[in-house]
Design a protein around this ligand. Structure first.
Ligand code: SF4
Length: 581
């Protein structure tokens, strides 16, 4: 079985002279393997005639063709977006409790949620315009799928929180209170309290931060009177305490309602879910949904890259967690900065002085609105402190919010002369940026833009690298790859970095010491000096009232259930953190 996908955003059609048609050996034998469609003039590859030689993939100047020779039998797709386009095989079904969806970006999780909420109608791989009849749909469904499809819209109602909350701003111009009123079915006051929305009610959606918009979108979906609730990536923009709160709310909600959750923060997904479906395949080419699995075993199978029940190895390498967190570096300080103060818009920030050592990554953790980004900007010299001095060193800075320039391709951006060629090549390869080179920046997804911005920041020549929320929009595998890359770059070069992030698993994997922020959100913040990892993690987890342990098989960090025996014991002994360093 073979899959051929052409990325039509990249394909230039006649401009390249249809190289694929000319080089295809099947075409050269007189058959019509690659032809040009009449409407649109895009090339079309016949998956039946293609022999999977890969010549067109190598010769295409735009790198827009993917040919996959499948080792496993995966059957017909449930939904295919068009000729030579992405397709999803299989359908996750909501179970009682919380069902998590685990997988990379571009592998079909959002497509599945759109099918389950009937925004997309299965076409079973047919690319004809005529929609499949109800009779055919029912005949092709399995018994369970048929039951679900028939119930939804008649006896069962669905509520959906979309992945991209920015879309809501695009279609609604009022205040948060007006949005809640619009969708209120009797639980408005309850969700305002539960999601602590009181302070933002009078503000227009355009004035809300990413985190405030995310909480509002979750609250709207949560508030509806439905039977099945779908939450697509609910933790983007939220800090760890807010993530934990959402996870607890969803878990409690799952005791009464069916909840489905697509999420990349492994610790949060693990905590909130009872069951998981694993998604595997090739990014933007095809996705396959596994059988349903219990959460602990399922996540461990995902990390191992091998599906036991299905007997399928879907990834060559295993994702491994060490029993030991990244340890403290014994090198002498390389750079130091003085205590700093800064006041603005009714907010006061004070920072203890500190230093960074050769080859060290210092993690910066804390709740939102405590001044983390301002601290980073003062270190970077982008903002001047009222008292004290940031560092006198050359800084490369990746901001939290990345602006995509119009009309500039990734290749143009990365061809700047002052970049370190060997770091650039390493980042391009390990962050899978090479296949994005011909795309324009404003066409990239959030995760793609993030990988390009990280590549650019790491490739600049500097003494200190400041990365503000590099894991945002990255999937589980990309986060772990990025962790490996950062450790390799900084320990080899002897250069140093500060990294702000809310994903505890990611921070734990990369940082040797931690700067911990405390204070009162939006009024005063305080940054500690870099603390030993164990002390910093304990202080931080105590502030957000979360305790963690390691999984005994995979060593991955797991959040303890609040109030459980382990949670109480760890908190009483002050060991909020599982670390061994
Ligand atoms: Fe032709 Fe298929 Fe080979 Fe491409 S991979 S050149 S379409 S036979």
């Amino acid at each position: 079985m073979r899959i051929a996908v052409i990325d039509r955003d990249l394909c230039t059609r006649e401009k390249c002279g249809y190289v694929c048609e000319k080089v295809c050996p099947v075409n050269r034998m007189g058959k019509e393997c690659v032809v040009t469609e009449e409407e649109g003039r895009y090339p079309v590859i016949s998956e039946q005639l293609c022999i999977g030689c890969g010549i067109c993939v190598k010769k295409c100047p735009m790198s827009c063709i993917s040919i996959i020779n499948l080792k496993e039998e995966i059957g017909s797709p449930l939904y295919q977006y068009g000729v030579n386009a992405f397709r999803i095989h299989g359908m996750p079904l909501p179970k009682d409790g919380v069902t998590g969806l685990v997988g990379k970006n571009g592998i079909g999780k959002t497509t599945s949620l759109r099918i389950l909420t009937k925004q997309l109608r299965p076409n079973f791989g047919s690319t004809k315009r005529k929609k499949i009849s109800d009779e055919d749909l029912m005949a092709k469904f399995t018994m369970e799928q048929r039951r679900y499809w028939e119930a939804l819209g008649s006896t069962a109602k669905a509520s959906y929180k979309p992945q991209n909350v920015e879309q809501i701003r695009g279609v609604f111009d009022g205040t948060a209170a007006e949005l809640l009123r619009k969708f209120d079915e009797g639980r408005k006051d309850e969700v305002i309290g539960k999601f602590q929305l009181e302070k933002i009610l009078g503000r227009k959606l355009s004035q809300l931060s990413g985190g405030e918009m995310q909480k509002l979108a979750i609250a709207v979906a949560y508030m509806k009177n439905a039977d099945i609730y779908f939450f697509d990536e609910p933790t983007n923009y939220l800090d760890i305490a807010e993530r934990m709160k959402i996870a607890v709310l969803l878990k409690e909600f799952g005791e009464k309602k069916k909840v489905m959750l697509a999420e990349h923060d492994l610790a949060i997904l693990d905590y909130a879910s009872d069951y998981v479906y694993l998604f595997w395949g090739d990014e933007n080419v095809y996705g396959v949904v596994s059988n349903v699995k219990n959460v602990r075993g399922g996540i461990n199978e995902y990390l191992s890259g091998f599906l036991k029940d299905e007997n399928i190895k879907f990834r060559e390498r295993e994702i491994v967690f060490s029993r030991f967190s990244e340890g403290e570096r014994k090198k002498p300080p390389k750079f130091s900065y003085s205590p700093m103060k800064k006041a603005y818009n009714g907010f006061a920030l004070s920072c203890d002085g500190g230093d960074v050592r050769e080859g060290e990554i210092v993690g910066i953790v804390g709740r939102n609105a405590l001044g983390k980004s301002t601290f980073v900007k003062m270190l970077a010299g982008v903002e001047k402190p009222d008292e004290g001095e940031g560092g006198q060193f050359k800084v490369s800075y990746k901001p939290q919010y990345i602006k995509a320039e119009e009309g500039v391709t990734v290749e143009q951006l990365l061809s700047a002369k002052d970049l370190n060629a060997s770091v650039l090549n390493e980042c391009r390869r390990r962050l899978d940026v090479n296949r994005l080179l011909l795309k324009e920046l404003d066409e990239l997804s959030g995760g793609e833009l993030q990988r390009v911005a990280i590549t650019l920041a790491l490739s600049r020549e500097a003494d200190i690298y400041l990365l503000d929320e590099p894991s945002a929009f990255l999937d589980i595998e990309q986060r772990l790859n990025l962790g490996d890359l950062l450790r390799a770059i900084f320990s080899d070069s002897g250069k140093s970095a500060f990294v702000v992030d809310h994903d505890v698993v990611f921070v734990d994997a990369i940082a040797s010491r931690l700067v911990v922020f405390d204070g009162e959100q939006s009024s005063r913040g305080h940054a500690s000096a870099p603390l030993k990892k164990r002390d910093g993690m304990n202080a931080f987890l105590k502030l957000v009232d979360v305790s963690m342990r390691r999984d005994k098989d995979s060593n991955r960090p797991r959040i303890n259930k609040p109030g459980s025996v382990l949670d109480r014991e760890q908190k009483e002994s002050g060991s909020y953190y599982y670390g061994e360093n």
